[in-house]
Design a protein around this ligand. Sequence first.
Ligand code: SF4
Length: 243
Amino acid sequence: MGKIHSIETFGTVDGPGVRFVVFFQGCPMRCKFCHNPDTWKYDGGTEMSVEEIYEKFDRNRAFYKNGGITATGGEPLVQLEFLTELFECFKANGVNTCLDTSGICYTSEKRAEFERLLKSVDLVMLDIKSPYADGHKELTGQDMGAVVEFAKLVSEMGTPLRIRHVVVPGITDSEESLMAVGKLISQFRTLKELEVLPYHKMGIKKYEEMGISYPLGDLEPFDKEKVLWARQKIIEGIKHGKD
Ligand code: SF4
């Protein structure tokens, strides 16, 4: 059984086409800009079986003919065994699978289990929160080593990779930091797509409802008009990394 926070039956931003989006419960990261703090706790969520989730998907299967299933959270890799069984079931039924992850749970001891999972994943959408070890720790509360190792495994397995980067004013919006993201991800051979997102404050309401303080306080959103510039800097970094 998996611990599921919620299911969105008509997702349009979590992978190609219309997606059946499964939000896993539990996450070891504490990203300062997280807009799903209600998925953090390990003891929340609803217990669901692979069959229950598949039945729910199958009821509206026609919706997803150009899309598929996306596992997100929270952090789906926290429930590695269940996630693998879920994706194996969907793949066996011809459904496109996307994994939206921070990669933080990867360990080399569990490499074989991760390889098994990746055989059933069509696209990995990986967040790079910061290109710097100290910046990553400061922004997420966790070391970034596992993230990079996971991305390398994704590349080795030949699984297409979409990198996402949230640009946070004063934290990850300098030219140097953006170029460093590019340089870091230039080593991932299956990199196919780059998604650059402006930091926004829409999650703040959840923090208020949960009675916890919002770590980024009054920080203003990143100027949407500068997103193209930020993307260009990352692409420059990728080119430098490959030189
Ligand atoms: S990895 Fe995702 S769910 Fe976990 S804290 Fe970061 S943004 Fe939130």
